[in-house]
Every structure is written in structure tokens, then in C-alpha cells.
Design a protein around this ligand. Sequence first.
Ligand SMILES: [Zn+2]
Length: 250
Amino acid sequence: MLRVTICLIALIAPCLTAWPQDGEGAPDRVQFAPTRSVDGFDMPVGKPDAVGYYRSRGLIVGRHMGDDWNGAAGGNTDLGAPVYCTAHGLVVFARDARMGWGKTVIVRHAYWENRKWNYVDSFYTHMHQIFVREGQQVRRGQLVGSIGTNRGMYVAHLHFEIRKNLRIGVNQGSYRKDLSNYYKPYDFILGRRNIAGGNRRVQVPINTFRLQARVVDEMGKARSAPENPRETPPARRGDFKVNRFGDPLR
Ligand SMILES: [Zn+2]
């Protein structure tokens, strides 16, 4: 029994030490869920290389923390076009965030780099439709939604981010808009098209930001969040501290 316990600690310890426990917005208790490790990242439109799309904007520190992808034909010709998951991972948010974002999906990824597991969130927003649910396991290239206008607020495009800080969620206003919290998505993906150590069962932190209403208890199986407000604070007015985030108006 002692040997089994020691083995379990040895398995879990790397996950625990890789995830810092302090910081603004940190949950009271970090939980973990299994997912499939990343074998490489693809572009989120025109998979896998964004064929037929162009970036109308990239990351601008302090203002615009992601890439805007537009169809090559311009205007709203890309309305309803498919949005693909950049890599294997776990859906930790899939709902309408309203205001400046609209229909939004966040996928959590684990990838092996520099001899350790690293975690990022991919963020897809302003979408017309959402095709995944929170707690779902998704694969690289899987359909997660379609390109939208956020109720006519913008010319149709995909706003796409890669976050290194897993606490941001839809509370961007609480975190510095700089490269300590975000990657430049295009550069991040280009440098990681193929990654060793993919397709393994790994653990990722979950319930790291507010309004993450489901937890996952086994691969691919989500259950409703427990009533305990320490784990999942209820949604309330003012939780979404979003604004236009510099995206161009139509
Ligand atoms: Zn944008």
C-alpha cells in the first residue's frame, strides 16, 4: 500500500508543481482533468495552413491580444465558415460571453517542450455558432464553431488568441495585456507544427477561471458543477469585464 501511495505521489507531483498556486484570480482549489497531449498546432481557419484566409490584425501589446482572421474574399463572405481547433485539448468554456465577445470557445492544451509539460488556452470568439460543449475532448482540426459578426458588431472574422495564463478566461480586464500572459498566436503555431510527446493521456488544470461551470471527472465525460461556490462561483453582474478590445467595427 505504501509503495502504491508513493507511486501515485510521484505521478501527480509534476502536475502540481508545474501549476503555480498564487496570483490574482486564482481559484481556491486547483483541480485536474485528463486530456490528450498536443502533437502539433494548426491554424484555426483554412486548416491546417489558413489557406484562403489572411490576418487583418495581429497581436498589439496593450490593445489587441490575438489575431483576426478574415476570408480572402473580404466582407462577410466568410460568415459561417468553419473554425477548427488548433490542437488536441479539453473544452473549458463554450458559451455566449455577450458584450464585445459573443459566442466563445476556450480549449485547454498540454504540450511537451523544454523537458516539461506546458499549458495554453486557445480562444475563439465572435463566432456565429458553437459546435462543442464544455468538458468535451477535442482533436486537432476538429470543428469548434463558425465565423461570425457577434450580432453584427463586426465585419465577420475570427478573433483568435493563445494564452499562457490559464486564469484569464473571459475576464481579460483583470490581466495585463502583454506577452507575460499571451503568445503571438501566429508565431506560436508556426513554431510548433509538430511536437514530440503527443497523443498521450495527460492532466491539465481545470476550474482556473470564473464562470467555468462544469468539471470533468473522466476522459470525455462532463458533469454539472457542484453547488460548492468555492469551486464554481455563480455568475453575477459585472463578471464579464470586457469591452471592444480594439476589434474594428463594421
Ligand atoms: Zn480581434
